[in-house]
Design a protein around this ligand. Structure first.
Ligand SMILES: Cc1ncc(COP(=O)(O)O)c(C=O)c1O
Length: 392
């Protein structure tokens, strides 16, 4: 229950046990087509295509930046956390000129500031993280996407944390390249990136005057292969692609809106429980994501020893934090399989025991009780939309 990888779904792990297919096997084409169809639906990607790249999620992010930007071109990055910094680092490595609109950690990037900068500087690419795992903040996208398109730029968005956990709508937000991994809210293992490519991005890739600064992470090759052309983008990782297909199918079997609601309910219960123990939450409440919760470490409590007791005594992993938050907050994930009341109650019960053992004073049992009450209220107040039909 940390910042990811989260526990994979058993159905996804089982899918990985099948014998690998090779690229020449006709079954492989079917697998690609199924992943593209499912991926487009999960990303709500409209006319965009979908490809998958073997590697960490950042392989997808790096492929996007290296392929959309030629050396010397300008990218405007909205940064308010560790993964916004990653966008800057990767773009700079590929020779782009990085301009930034910064926000303090715990807040979202100011949309008006982004829109104004886009209008004035007309960057080639605008890049931003939708949900930054380092701060637990959700970034509004639509106005930025609209301004980017009006200014003729390409919009790249990191949806690694958000996809499958809260609303992601690539088409509506006019995102040209969105990137995700399996290991957060999609219920799979890390190791395979998913990337959407809009028709505009595709045209831009074809119109490049130079080759991308990476040979492997060239989106043009992946796009060609995933759309059925016989190009050499390397051998495929069969078991991982079975995992991708199963994870996406599982999300749609549950229903996108139902899955988002489940994540919302889980974090609501968790937060009620943490508050009952007297723990304060980090980040602007108006933009907190439902997939991860950052709780401030109370005075006099050692951050690392609480995590270590949780892991050693209770078998539960929560995470420390990056940069300025290190030692000051815990990051607790309610992602995928763990966006559930039993996971939340198990964690809260364990945390009660560990914090009481550290001398933190609160009413024992209050966290679990508060989480249960919140779960009941949440169920009453959140309507259950109809299930997605005829998925598989
Ligand atoms: C929002 C976000 N973007 C990007 C990444 C990078 O993912 P990976 O470590 O798979 O490259 C992470 C990983 O935690 C993340 O949370």
């Amino acid at each position: 229950m940390g910042s990811g990888p989260s526990n994979p779904e058993p159905r996804v792990l089982q899918a990985m046990a099948a014998a690998p297919v090779t690229i020449d096997d006709p079954a492989c084409r079917v697998l690609f087509e199924q992943i593209v169809t499912l991926g487009k639906e999960v990303f709500r990607a409209g006319d965009s295509s979908v490809v998958s790249i073997a590697g960490a999620s950042r392989a997808g992010i790096e492929a996007g930046l290296a392929s959309l930007l030629e050396p010397g071109e300008r990218v405007l990055v909205g940064a308010c956390g560790h993964f916004g910094e990653l966008l800057c680092t990767l773009a700079a490595k590929h020779g782009a000129v990085v301009e930034r609109v910064d926000a303090s950690w715990g807040s979202a990037v100011d949309v008006h500031a982004m829109v104004n900068r886009i209008r004035v500087t007309r960057p080639r690419v605008v890049a931003i993280v939708h949900a930054d795992t380092s701060t637990g903040v959700l970034q509004p996208l639509e106005d930025i996407g609209r301004a980017c398109r009006q200014a003729g730029g390409l919009f790249l968005v990191d949806t690694v944390l958000s996809l499958g956990g809260c609303q992601v709508d690539v088409d509506q937000a006019q995102v040209d390249v969105a990137i995700a991994g399996l290991q957060k809210c999609l219920g799979g293992p890390p190791g395979q990136a998913l990337v959407t490519i809009s028709p505009r991005a595709s045209e831009a890739l074809r119109g490049r005057s130079t080759s991308p600064t990476s040979a492997y992470l060239d989106l043009r090759t992946f796009e060609a292969r995933w759309s059925g052309q016989d190009v050499d983008s390397g051998e495929i990782f069969g078991p991982m692609l079975f995992a991708v297909r199963e994870a996406l199918a599982l999300v749609l079997d549950e229903g996108l809106t139902e899955r988002w609601d489940r994540h919302r309910r889980a974090s609501t219960s968790l937060r009620a429980g943490l508050a009952a123990m007297g723990l304060e939450l980090y980040a602007d409440p108006s933009v907190r994501v439902p997939m991860i919760t950052l709780a401030r470490v109370p005075p006099g409590i050692d951050e690392a020893s609480v995590r270590s007791r949780l892991l050693l005594d209770h078998g539960i992993e929560i995470m420390s934090a990056f940069g300025p938050l290190r030692g000051k907050v815990w990051r607790i994930g309610t992602m995928g399989l763990n966006a559930s009341l039993p996971s939340v109650l198990t964690l809260l019960g364990a945390l009660e025991a560990v914090l009481a053992g550290c001398g933190w004073s609160f009413e024992r049992g209050s966290a679990v009780d508060a989480a249960l009450v919140a779960a009941r209220d949440a169920r009453v107040s959140w309507p259950r939309p109809a299930r997605c039909q005829g998925r598989r």
